[in-house]
Design a protein around this ligand. Structure first.
Ligand code: ATP
Length: 352
């Protein structure tokens, strides 16, 4: 418990009779850890963040921040007393203050004279130096978002809560801001919880990712874990493109499939559902007389190529590096390069 920054146990919240939008959520964020809540629109991630901030009252469960209980049955510590910094979607900057004054406003703990100097330093790191004397109405949405980020992290709170903090930035700026903010958080020893629906953002920015669906967390793990070892069909499909297939397993780590013998990541038995990422399938030129797959589509994406392959009536996607060139209608051989992941079965699971 001593290394825990945030501890959440069985947290639930419903707004009306339509059911829980946060449904028994539990997780822990460690000191100096960057944690992402990732999921599709409406899955309950913003509500979870607002509960941690204290902007909503929970129906059930507990939240502790730095070992102090801030939310539980008959306990609700108000947001200003939770010691956290926020970046929410509406930015909420003070309209009558300049960008610099907005950032300096939260720096109550340092002497007045130094406040502006320090605020300027943080604003610079978000690339906003030239706009420091503008008020929010003279700034674009993306610029306001950068001021809001600088304002949240400048006072170095122990915990920063961020709801889609990079959404208003173009691709290049988004990349550099993520890098910059990650560095500031890590250097200053802050912990952060990031809410995003963008899997690439969660995977590149966070130390650990919780994948949410329908108010519940389906899996928590490092970016590599959730990407390469998804536990459920939802996680496998939400984190990127994948190939799903069914097979009969007999307690061993090898199964027979349409494209030959495939190794599994664990022993399994019975009818199983498996996932294999497109970069874990390989294709080669067909050898005469062999059972062949056929290329039915090709997407050139610069650094790699995605092929759509039809094999015995099923379609597969394969990523290869851009030196492997095949044409549409060309016959190929397809083979797994890595073990396939066995997914937990749910009754509703179906292959799309
Ligand atoms: P998004 O990425 O679109 O913001 P989200 O995963 O953050 O989605 P939430 O904002 O937590 O999702 O919303 C979860 C569900 O709760 C949605 O169905 C939403 O309509 C509902 N909801 C959120 N706030 C309220 C509210 N104040 N009153 C009623 N329903 C709400």
């Amino acid at each position: 418990m001593s290394h825990s920054m945030v501890h959440i146990q069985d947290l639930s919240k419903a707004f009306d009779e339509s059911g829980c939008v946060v449904d028994g959520v539990s997780f822990e964020v460690k000191q100096n850890e960057i944690f992402a809540l990732l999921g599709p629109s409406g899955c309950g991630k913003t509500t979870t963040l607002r509960l941690i901030a204290g902007f909503e009252y929970s129906d059930n469960g507990e939240i502790s921040i730095q070992g102090k209980l801030v939310e539980a049955h008959r306990v609700h510590v108000p947001p200003q007393d939770r010691g956290v910094g926020f970046v929410f979607q509406d930015y909420a900057l003070f309209p009558h203050m300049t960008a610099l004054e907005n950032v300096a406003f939260g720096l109550k703990d340092i002497p007045r004279k130094k406040r502006l100097v320090f605020a300027e330093e943080v604003l610079c790191r978000t690339g906003m130096e030239q706009y420091k004397h503008r008020t929010p109405d003279e700034l674009s949405g993306g610029q306001q978002q950068r001021v809001a980020l600088a304002r949240a992290i400048a006072p170095k709170p122990k915990l920063v809560l961020m709801d889609e903090p990079f959404s208003g930035l173009d691709a290049m700026l988004r990349d550099s801001m993520r890098k910059e903010v990650r560095e500031i958080l890590k250097k200053s020893g802050m912990s952060a919880i990031l809410v995003t629906h963008d899997q690439e953002e969660a995977l590149s920015f966070a130390d650990r990712v919780a994948v949410m669906n329908n108010g519940k967390i389906e899996q928590i793990g490092t970016p590599e874990d959730v990407y390469y070892k998804p536990k459920t069909q939802f996680v496998a499909q939400f984190l990127g493109r994948t190939n799903l297939f069914r097979a009969y397993a007999d307690g061993k780590e090898l199964v027979d499939t349409h494209f030959g013998e495939v190794r599994l990541d664990e022993q399994a038995e019975g009818l199983i559902l498996c996932s294999i990422r497109p970069e874990h399938l390989g294709i080669d030129k067909a050898i005469h007389g062999q059972e062949n797959a056929i290329i039915v589509g090709r997407e050139f994406r610069g650094h790699d190529i995605t092929y759509h392959v039809l094999f015995k009536g099923d379609r597969y996607i394969v990523h290869t590096d851009n030196r492997k060139l095949f044409e549409v209608d060309e016959k190929v051989i397809m083979k797994p390069l890595e073990p396939a992941v066995v997914l937990q079965q749910s009754k509703t699971a179906k292959i799309d």
